[in-house]
Design a protein around this ligand. Structure first.
Ligand code: SF4
Length: 306
């Protein structure tokens, strides 16, 4: 950053995601979710630095794996983005090509990724649009003629073309009505059920509850809880105080907001970054907890043993 400052936007993120699974990465805006997604796609800004590995395995041998953090731009552009990793972008209107209609963009993507013959394109375009609930009668619109929700649906339709083995959906339900949220989430789930992997980045906990197998909660650039979705949303519930607060804040639950605001990533408190907002904080929290047994907290709820 300016002045030689460094900001740790994501630290120590570690998880795996298998074919057929949906992992929901949840947390408040600015917690690092989208930075993590950008890192996986090689789309970080030029001043960003990464360390570690992010292995994308193929269907067969381990030597088919690509390290997404060190792969060349050529490899990422030609063999990964769109082909092995599909992206539902967070700002769909900015990702759509402004001078092409939705129909034109879907047709081009179908030809490029699926080798769809010209004669089959009209039907294939309609089918692709329908998967994301994009109305067929609006296919000839340009991106600037679309509402936020329609642009979201167009971007989702484009991301589903090609059936990439990993789909990265960054806030895929933003701007959609609740029934369309459910429909879109179900379509993304089908993508996983067809034997692909889905990483859904969202602050929509209802959508996450609907389709996720596992949940990773991020706070201030770190994963603070990583666990099965059924136990997280149901019984026994989350173990980390922040994750418990997120659920308690939902209108259909306690509707009790977490006090305070997330810290600036460039000005994190020492020790546990959640401490200033945490009802369980003690002196021990002056040292940063590490993720162990699925939770990073010195005073987490006790795990329920079978
Ligand atoms: S480590 Fe301490 S401050 Fe941080 S979440 Fe756990 S109890 Fe709260």
């Amino acid at each position: 950053m300016r002045g030689g400052r460094h900001i740790a936007a994501v630290t120590g993120a570690s998880f795996d995601l298998a074919a057929g699974q949906c992992l929901a990465l949840v947390g408040e805006s600015g917690c690092g979710k989208s930075v993590l997604a950008s890192a996986l796609l090689g789309l970080l800004p030029g001043n960003a630095q990464t360390a570690g590995t992010a292995l994308l395995h193929g269907e067969a041998a381990a030597d088919d794996a690509v390290d997404l953090l060190t792969a060349s731009e050529r490899t990422l552009a030609r063999t990964v983005r769109g082909r092995r990793i599909g992206l539902v972008p967070q700002s769909p209107a900015a990702h759509l090509t402004p001078v092409r209609t939705v129909r034109g963009q879907l047709a081009e993507t179908l030809r490029e990724l699926n080798r769809t013959p010209r004669s089959a394109l009209p039907a294939a375009v309609r089918a692709a649009a329908d998967r994301a609930a994009f109305p067929a009668e609006l296919l000839d619109r340009y991106p600037h003629e679309l509402s936020g929700g329609l642009a979201q649906r167009a971007a989702t339709a484009l991301a589903l073309v090609g059936g990439a083995p990993l789909l990265l959906a960054d806030e895929p339900t933003t701007g959609l009505d609740r029934d369309l949220v459910d429909r879109t989430a179900d379509e993304l789930r089908r993508h996983a059920d067809d034997g692909r992997a889905l990483l859904m980045i969202t602050h929509d906990l209802a959508a996450a509850q609907r389709i996720a197998d596992r949940v990773a909660v991020m706070y201030a650039g770190r994963i603070v809880e990583l666990t099965d979705a059924a136990g997280f949303f149901g019984t026994p519930g989350p173990r980390h105080p922040y994750a418990r607060g997120l659920l308690a804040a939902l209108p259909e639950r306690d509707f009790r907001p977490i006090p305070g605001l997330p810290p600036e990533l460039g000005d994190l408190p020492g020790g546990c970054a959640f401490a200033p907002r945490c009802p369980r904080a003690t002196d021990r929290c002056a040292s940063a907890p590490v993720l162990a047994d699925g939770v990073a907290c010195h005073h987490a709820e006790e795990p329920v043993r079978a």
